[in-house]
Ligand binder design. Sequence first.
Ligand SMILES: *Cc1c(COP(=O)(O)O)cnc(C)c1O
Length: 377
Amino acid sequence: MGQLSIAAQDGIKAAALGKPGRLTIDLSAMRRNYSKVSAIVRPAHATAVVKANAYGLGAIPVSRALYEEGCRHFFVAQYEEADDLRPALPGDAQIFILNGLQPGNERACAQNGIIPVLNSLDQLKLWADAARRSRHVLKAVLQFDTGMSRLGFPQNEQVLLAETLQDYWNVEILFVMSHLASADESESEQNGLQLEELNRITRKFPNLPICFANSGGVFLGEDYHASLVRPGIAVYGGAPTAGTPNPMEPVVTLEVAVVQTRSVPAGTRVGYGGVHMTTSTRRLATLGAGYADGLPRSLSDRGAVYYGDLRLPIVGRVSMDSMTIDVTEVPEGALRLGSLVEVVGPHQTLEDVAEAANTISYEILTRLGDRYHREYR
Ligand SMILES: *Cc1c(COP(=O)(O)O)cnc(C)c1O
């Protein structure tokens, strides 16, 4: 029980800070995950995908820690993210924008040394014009669509691209890339088809390095490693492959604070809509975090949190800033105002929460938001 009282103390601390709970990010574990990926793909290099604030974990602390681990390539999705990250990293770190250019930000991009992933002839043209105006050779990455139909040069632009590139001597292509649609499903035939298509395309660019695999792709085998891999979720401790044990170390612990407890008789309605009704006398605790803190409303009446080894079901609907759990199993008085319960941690993985919420670990992570007290270890 000693541990519980420490948790309660810390809970009181988080609550005292006026926060819904505590989000702990284990940067050492994250670094070991990055190293593990690097070792698996060697001699290929591991880059890092730090888009969406490094999946919600903090793009700056995460990127700095990965830089120390040897990472030199960082992918974000939007120009603004790159602009925020640029001053936080040493000059030899390269920052790439996956969504490429939007009309109007090519000049800032060029001035700040940020490298767009060019996905279309429109984006290539914007970048070549910026290069001409700046009188500098500007670096870029070319992305090809190999079957996902999301981003990258589609097949029908590829011939024109080869011709156009010759005129654009002021755009220097660092490497080519593509993205796998089903890498987390190791049995999916789409993986092999995309690899074949990539090989067909890259034969036309024999001197350029190739960047292909995301986290799932790293675990599809050597054929997928090419020159550079682009892991995201695996570095953050999420499972890279569905349906197999997760080889990565957990990085995130999320605990939320109790704000009120009560005992209710049978037949009591709980939460919005009164969709939950107790069938016996229960003890309930209200937690000070809700869907505005990234705890999906789809966990209503189906998810759970943990107190030590005890599973405490979420009862009724998750509200914006609070939700109610059934704590009847917990010894009376143990859980009180300021106590912390575990949402993600040793008893419940990100994938467990995601499954209960009918979503994926990525969405749980990226939605956690900035109201929690954050501790980096
Ligand atoms: C998000 C993203 C990644 C990282 O994917 P994970 O599955 O998190 O490893 C890699 N490449 C592209 C193009 C992406 O959009």
